[in-house]
Design a protein around this ligand. Structure first.
Ligand code: ADP
Length: 455
């Protein structure tokens, strides 16, 4: 080993350059290579290696070497050093510098004589490399001659090992970050592709639903038409039982037509194909039209209509508005066994602040149609899901009350298409109030598809 005195100015300069290079290198292997290139000649070593521990393992492998004897180069890749064994292994296990002054004289280094002879070294210095204070590997310098390091070289090597560890740790972190970034980029690309596929699948599903619903309507219209002719006795008078059977066909056909129409309308809303035809309407007349088109299912229910005597003007699509009111009213009838169903009409100069942000977008007066019932009511925790398509508070209710869970999703979508909203107040056993709120001056221009909440 070299017996140099205190480090010269040139050596300090080199040490500073190493430190600078360490701080700018981003790949760990660059850091190791650079360190070995600079330091090996500086301390008069024959060659040197950086060993790193495999994660979760006690074995270390060589990640960088400088001047390693060429005839043994093939051996480097497969070389493994166990933590705790030999000078390099002990430097890691004990987290301290291990110096072997003479491999051939030191009894503790007996096992290393043969490799030392083959590789051509007589002494070595192994310094631990600590990442986050944990020894993660070692830096070992091999010298041709036996001997001891002078204090100056020793402290220089310690400094180099510390800097190397710090810079390598930084480089490892950067590398991890780059790999994580790359993974994220790949995942983003995959996610984007999947999103596009899902969007396309959704569009195709909606197209399919629209086509199927449309195609179903044609034969059903014929069935209903012929059932009507039979009921009217046009092809010939029917007997009592025959007439009853035809009535059942007509009723079932009408229900089926209602479902198909709901599905078609929901699909058109999703595809942004719902057309709105604005007219100057009387909100009172719309309320009466909706109410008179429905039959309350039992005589136990008191049906009330609380509307002003004079017309209430509103610029809206009357067909859609009546459709929404019919849905709300038929739900009220369906879920109310006794008591009352009230349709109330109010106007306000601006939307009430308690309504959602959709209604708050309205700039001007509003009409409020309240459908209040004394039926089974809804728990507040279910207010969200009842507006999702195909969702019901209690799935088993389908059998008890009938229905598909499309009515409210469709009504809400249509109300928003008209620039308004639907609000709900309810409590279990205390009845419900659904309020359709529409702007009196018509909706703001809107062409985007309406977001229908999926269940
Ligand atoms: P459907 O009535 O076909 O089930 P809707 O979308 O119209 O579908 O309603 C969704 C669910 O909201 C109903 O299944 C029911 O659980 C609840 N709901 C709607 N209106 C009322 C009401 N007036 N009273 C009690 N529950 C109601």
């Amino acid at each position: 080993m070299s017996e140099t005195a205190a480090p010269s100015l040139r050596e300090l300069q080199v040490a500073r350059e190493i430190a600078h290079a360490f701080l700018t290198a981003t790949r760990p292997t660059d850091v190791y290579r650079l360190a070995l290139e600079q330091v090996v000649p500086l301390v008069g070593a024959a060659f040197a290696c950086v060993f790193l521990r495999d994660p979760g393992d006690d074995l270390m492998r060589v990640v960088a070497a400088h001047n390693w004897p060429a005839e043994h180069a093939s051996f480097l890749g497969s070389m493994r050093v166990r933590v705790g064994l030999g000078p390099t292994g002990r430097a890691v296990a004990d987290n301290e510098v291990v110096e072997v002054h003479d491999v051939f004289a030191d009894p503790a280094a007996e096992d290393w004589r043969e490799p030392a002879e083959e590789l051509g070294f007589a002494s070595s210095v192994s310094l631990p490399l600590c990442f986050r204070r944990e020894p993660a590997g070692a830096l070992t310098f091999y010298f041709r001659d036996p001997g001891e390091l002078c204090e100056a070289d020793r402290s220089l090597l310690r400094l180099v090992a510390d800097q190397l560890a710090a810079a390598a740790e930084k480089a490892h972190l950067i590398e991890d970050l780059q790999k994580a970034n790359q993974r994220l980029r790949t995942q983003n690309v995959e996610l984007e592709a999947r999103y596009r596929q899902a969007e396309e699948a959704r569009r195709l599903k909606n197209e399919f639903l629209a086509n199927v619903s449309h195609e179903l309507r044609t034969p059903l219209t014929a069935i209903l038409g012929f059932a009507y002719l039979l009921r009217e006795g046009i092809p010939g008078e029917l007997g009592g039982e025959q007439a009853a059977a035809v009535e059942k066909i007509e009723a079932a056909g009408a229900t089926l037509m209602g479902l198909i129409n709901d599905l078609l309308d929901l699909t058109h809303l999703r595809l942004g194909r719902t057309t709105v035809e604005l007219e100057e309407c009387d909100a009172v007349a719309l309320a009466h039209a909706a109410l008179s088109s429905l039959n309350p299912p039992t005589t136990e229910i008191d049906v009330r209509c609380e509307t002003p005597d004079e017309p209430v003007p509103a610029l809206t699509d009357p067909v859609i508005a009546v459709r929404i009111l019919q849905n709300l009213l038929s739900n009220a009838f369906k879920f109310t066994a006794e008591g009352s169903v009230t349709l109330r009409l109010n106007t306000l100069p601006a939307p009430p602040p308690s309504l959602s942000e959709h209604a708050l977008g309205i700039d001007g007066g509003v009409v409020l149609w309240e459908v209040e019932d004394t039926g089974i009511g809804i728990d507040e925790s279910d207010f969200e899901i009842i507006f999702d398509e195909f969702r019901q508070v209690d799935g088993s209710a389908t059998r008890r009350y009938g229905g598909t869970g499309m009515g409210l999703a469709l009504s809400l979508g249509l109300a928003r298409r008209l620039g308004g909203d639907i609000a709900v107040r309810s409590a279990p056993g205390k009845g419900s109030t659904f309020t359709l709120i529409l702007p009196t001056r018509g909706p703001a221009a809107r062409t985007a598809p309406i977001e229908i909440r999926a269940g």
